[in-house]
Design a protein around this ligand. Structure first.
Ligand code: CA
Length: 532
């Protein structure tokens, strides 16, 4: 009797456990079908000022309705920052959720160790279908993706080559880079395994130097005069002498062929002209014809004016600024159009509700502020990066957030979205609780963030190594090479024209910011150049 009872009990237990297993697996499959898709659209060097929802600076010149629509249906983050303002390092921070000195990719030219922990690997392991298409720039092949097709190095705008799976063989695709990256992304979305949630990184080359617009946008800004920034002729007083030693100015370092778009060597002295325009050689006849037609009249007039000595130094810089900003904005026109294509695809394929869309860029960029193009410095224009997000049902439309966020936060955020536990060693913070709090800081949110630029002044553009901390109002950074502090009051001096580190009115602030600097370095284990 006892034996029968035991057997019955055993059978019942087996029945119960098999039922609960079935329920569990049902719950799991329900969970996986509910897990949102992540569409992470990313560009290269996109300054906040060149996105309508951030700034009116180029309103009516080049608008960005599709990018703006992401923020209108979700949120725009006005205080979004990178951890190291340069292409490869910013990407490595995003993939790992860690600062550069931890993930090992401190400067361009380093090689990314793809076998370390990255969020795409974690998502893939937990059942997400993962893909990266477009610019990669980490000098090793992508790891953690079901599909990848990436530009070699910087890549090209015209008829670009792509590295393809599995061993990275090069293949040239005819057309314009921003359009092609979108075409490939949509093709992958169509063909993907629809039983799994997806995480797609659609990564544009644009608007990276040397700003080659699509054939259809070559005449977009003909006859337009784009307003100049107030600091185009900055004389760099009141800040570290390193600013005067820069090699990223429109006045002296903007190349005659590469940047100014002349077709042969400069007949005049005083122009940088050691780099040709690599895009030209890649063009087919039709593309080349459209290109020549777009630039030849203005270029010919410039040569005549130069020969007649009609242009002052300032007027020459102003001419370069117009050439620069029009090309830059024209490449963004194609980014915006293509973001529109992807959003349309989501809508038409019933993916809108369950797909989180993020638009960001690896850092900001100088659009003539301080007389510069390029990035690297911890000043606002290059320290900031855009962050637009829509998450239907979670983030309310038209949300404007001032919360301090950083690119090391993306990886833990993606994990939490996917229901994956965030490993302890991740240095960023998941933004999910903050998203659910109207995008306002939650109780344990940071009130300052840490930045470190590693490449150093011997590298291109001559920006010295520096690391620092920013709060909602103040910014401090230290330049180890010359043992200098710089301190800025962003409310009183939003253009960062005067360092107040030696102003006695700020001695208490300086002390507090130095404490924050030390605390952040300890927190993140930073070994960036020290005080002697
Ligand atoms: Ca970049």
């Amino acid at each position: 009797m006892k034996l029968i009872n035991l057997l019955t009990a055993g059978l019942t237990l087996a029945a119960v456990s098999s039922t609960s297993l079935a329920q569990e697996s049902e719950a799991k499959s329900e969970k996986s079908s509910e897990r949102p898709n992540i569409l992470f659209i990313f560009s290269d060097d996109h300054a906040l000022d060149a996105i309508g929802v951030y700034s009116d600076r180029f309103k009516g010149i080049v608008d960005t309705p599709h990018l703006d629509s992401i923020a209108k249906q979700g949120a725009v983050f006005k205080n979004s920052f990178c951890a190291n303002s340069i292409c490869g390092p910013s990407r490595a921070c995003i993939l790992t959720g860690k600062h550069s000195h931890i993930n090992g990719f401190r400067q361009n030219g380093d090689k990314f160790n793809g076998n370390q922990w990255t969020f795409p690997q974690a998502l893939q392991k937990e059942g997400y279908q993962t893909a990266v298409i477009g610019k990669w720039h980490l000098h090793t092949l992508p790891v953690g993706f079901d599909y990848w097709q990436v530009l070699p190095g910087q890549g090209n705008y015209y008829n670009p080559d792509f590295r393809t799976m599995p061993e990275g063989k090069r293949e040239r695709i005819k057309g314009y880079c921003t359009d092609i990256i979108t075409d490939l992304s949509l093709k992958w979305l169509e063909k993907r395994d629809k039983t799994k949630p997806f995480m797609l990184m659609c990564q544009h080359k644009a608007p990276h130097r040397n700003w080659a617009p699509a054939p259809r946008h070559l005449n977009l800004l003909d006859g337009v005069k784009v307003p100049e920034p107030a600091t185009l002729f900055d004389t760099y007083e009141g800040r570290s002498a390193w600013l005067k030693k820069h090699e990223m100015g429109l006045a002296k370092h903007f190349h005659w062929q590469h940047d100014m778009k002349f077709l042969s060597r400069s007949p005049f002295k005083g122009f940088a002209d050691s780099v040709g325009n690599g895009e030209i050689a890649r063009m087919d006849d039709k593309q080349r014809k459209a290109w020549d037609k777009a630039y030849e009249i203005e270029n010919a007039q410039f040569v005549v004016d130069m020969k007649n000595k009609k242009l002052s130094e300032k007027q020459i810089t102003s001419w370069k600024y117009q050439r620069y900003i029009k090309d830059y904005l024209s490449t963004i026109k194609a980014v915006d159009e293509n973001v529109g294509r992807v959003l349309k695809f989501l809508k038409e394929n019933d993916l809108e509700k369950n797909t989180i869309v993020i638009y960001s860029s690896d850092q900001g960029f100088y659009l003539g502020e301080h007389g510069w193009y390029d990035k690297r410095w911890m000043f606002e224009q290059s320290f900031k990066m855009p962050f637009l997000i829509k998450w239907p049902g979670v983030i309310k439309p038209n949300t404007k957030s001032e919360t301090l966020i950083q690119n090391i936060d993306y990886a833990p955020t993606f994990l939490e979205i996917a229901g994956i536990k965030v490993p302890k060693e991740i240095q960023g913070m998941s933004m999910v609780p903050m998203f659910k709090n109207d995008c306002k800081p939650t109780a344990n949110w940071r009130d300052d963030l840490y930045y470190a630029y590693w490449e150093g002044h011997r590298s291109i553009h001559a920006v010295p190594r520096h690391d620092g901390v920013r709060t909602d109002r103040y910014k401090i950074f230290f330049i180890p090479e010359t043992q200098e502090w710089q301190l800025f009051d962003l409310v009183k001096d939003p253009q960062e024209l005067k360092s107040v580190h030696d102003n006695s009115d700020y001695s208490k602030i300086l002390e507090d910011m130095k404490k924050r600097y030390t605390a952040n370095r300890q927190k993140f284990g930073s070994n960036h150049g020290k005080r002697k």
